[in-house]
Design a protein around this ligand. Structure first.
Ligand code: HEM
Length: 486
């Protein structure tokens, strides 16, 4: 391929209008991209419905471009439908601009490693609530995991202590995010970009489901952005708020004359925190445990040996539990929840080796391909925490950071999410066994479930038998153990 005398990266040949869309597995485009790597190499160029896309297939190339040349690769694709689907608030979709820089500053002061450690006690407390929820209704374990993740975020961002059951703000946020994820999936965004008239059809028109979805998304997003923010601001103004992202921002950011701009950025970035994927990562952990009983037993044996069974693990135990650490890393690697990350966009043209990368192309880091790198991760489809140990038995330095993206657009909640994941995983392993479901004859069978499609990938509803590791553990007994653990 040539643009005058410059060579674009190699890639599959496509049809004039559809480009390579028909070759793509629409449910799991990352798998098709990964297959293309074997023919075309670690950087490929293709066209999807007229949109040029560069796919980066290895950590090395992604770092070389998205990190080392971040001044060119930190924009996001323009999405003219942002307003129509109610996603103007979303930090993750903002162009590389002063508005985006203000959002990042707000996140950075609360979620940079040193600051995020202030939330560890809350994360521990919410992990204990998670255990109590599952002891009471183990069949609803997935719902309890979702509640854990969103109430941790609500607490850190708004200092809002969500009720364990039917909390109105959590329900509103869940509803908004579900519709939003659907309507903002890369595929839907490409369709809307290419056929924006779909949003102009009356909502009752057959086939206008995207428009209906968009209207719903607008309403839900407005509620998700405004309601918790008003709650938190009120408490900051009356000096009744504990430390949270909202209170810290009011305290530390000098708004000078731009109070309106600042408040808009603050409420928008706060609502973006709901894009958190801690819950979906924890469901993948549950799947990994069910399918790899040996890994589960080894992690539990480590916890029992180091901590015993009289108390629950705390963050102070983290460095004494290397196998649990490896289970967390393997969960992030085995099935990355953002298999294609979020698309970056070039703000200038560039040359990489002999490849010309034009200005204004979508640049996708294929995190899935990176997790399948056989040289680094032999038998990549196996859930095998041992891969993170060196021959001398020490953990290696691969913390699977690529699952949080690259460069200036790297996940702002990475450190905080890692702590939430760790405390949930270690607490769940200390308390429960995750077993395959039984068939009618009482025999264990592999769970049957569907994966989500779109920008995030995780089991929609995962059947699992969650059993207490210490039969006879009642809610009261667990409460006693929790008391001894804090
Ligand atoms: C296990 C949980 C999580 C995973 C796997 C994850 C992963 C990611 C990935 C892959 C990206 C795209 C990075 C890129 O464009 O290169 C991202 C962006 C982002 N994440 Fe996370 N994330 C998680 C949790 C969180 C949490 C807890 C927060 C908030 C506290 C958060 C806030 C954000 C924001 C604001 C962005 C957009 C950054 C920007 O565009 O500048 N994430 N995340």
């Amino acid at each position: 391929k040539r643009t005058s005398n410059l060579s674009l990266p190699p890639g599959p040949k496509g049809l004039p209008v559809l480009g390579n869309l028909l070759d793509l597995d629409g449910r799991q485009p990352w798998i098709t991209f990964t297959q293309w790597a074997s023919t075309h190499g670690n950087i490929i160029y293709c066209r999807l419905l007229g949109l040029p896309v560069v796919v980066l297939q290895s950590q090395e190339v992604a770092k070389a471009l998205l990190e080392n040349r971040s001044s060119i690769y930190s924009d996001r694709p323009p999405i003219s439908t942002r307003k129509a689907i109610g996603s103007e608030f979303n930090t993750a979709q903002l162009r590389y601009s002063d508005e985006w820089r203000l959002h990042r500053r707000i996140f950075h002061q609360s979620f940079r490693p040193e600051a995020a450690d202030a939330y560890l006690p809350t994360q521990l407390h919410k992990a204990h609530q998670l255990l109590q929820g599952i002891i009471e209704t183990p069949e609803r374990y997935q719902r309890h995991i979702e509640l854990f993740a969103s109430s941790v975020i609500m607490s850190a961002v708004y200092d809002y202590d969500a009720k364990p059951k039917d909390d109105p703000l959590l329900l509103a946020a869940d509803k908004a995010i579900k519709v939003f994820v659907e309507v903002a999936s890369t595929r839907t965004a490409i369709i809307l970009e290419t056929f924006p008239f779909l949003l102009k059809l009356p909502a009752w028109f057959p086939g206008a489901s995207l428009k209906r979805l968009a209207i719903q998304s607008q309403k839900n997003s407005a509620a998700m952005v405004d309601i918790p923010f008003r709650y938190a601001r009120e408490r900051v103004m009356t000096a009744t708020s504990n430390r949270c992202m909202i209170s810290e921002s009011y305290e530390r950011i000098d708004v000078q004359n731009n109070a309106d701009e600042f408040e808009l950025a603050l409420k928008s970035s706060s609502a973006t925190a709901f894009i958190d994927q801690t819950a979906s990562t924890l469901i993948i952990f549950v799947l990994g445990m069910m399918l790899s009983p040996n890994a589960q037993k080894r992690a539990q044996a480590e916890i029992d040996a180091v901590i015993g069974t009289e108390r629950l693990p705390t963050f102070e135990d983290r460095s004494s539990l290397p196998y649990v650490e490896a289970v967390l890393r393997e969960t992030l690697r085995w099935h990355p929840v953002f298999p294609l990350g979020l698309p970056h966009y070039t703000s200038d043209s560039d040359m990489y080796n002999e490849h010309y990368i034009p200005k204004g192309v979508m640049v996708v880091a294929n995190i899935w391909a990176m997790s399948r790198d056989e040289a680094k991760y032999p038998n990549p489809n196996d859930f095998n925490p041992d891969r993170f140990f060196m021959p001398d038995g020490q953990l290696n330095d691969d913390t699977v950071d690529f699952s949080f993206g690259f460069g200036r657009r790297i996940c702002t909640g990475k450190h905080f999410a890692n702590a939430s994941l760790w405390i949930a995983i270690v607490s769940l392993l200390a308390t429960f066994r995750f077993m395959k479901p039984l068939d009618d004859d009482g025999k264990e069978v592999d769970p049957i479930f569907e994966w989500t499609t779109g920008i995030v990938s995780h089991p929609v509803s995962l059947p699992c038998r969650v059993l207490s590791r210490h039969p006879g553990t009642t809610t009261e007994k667990l409460s006693d153990i929790i008391e001894l653990s804090v």
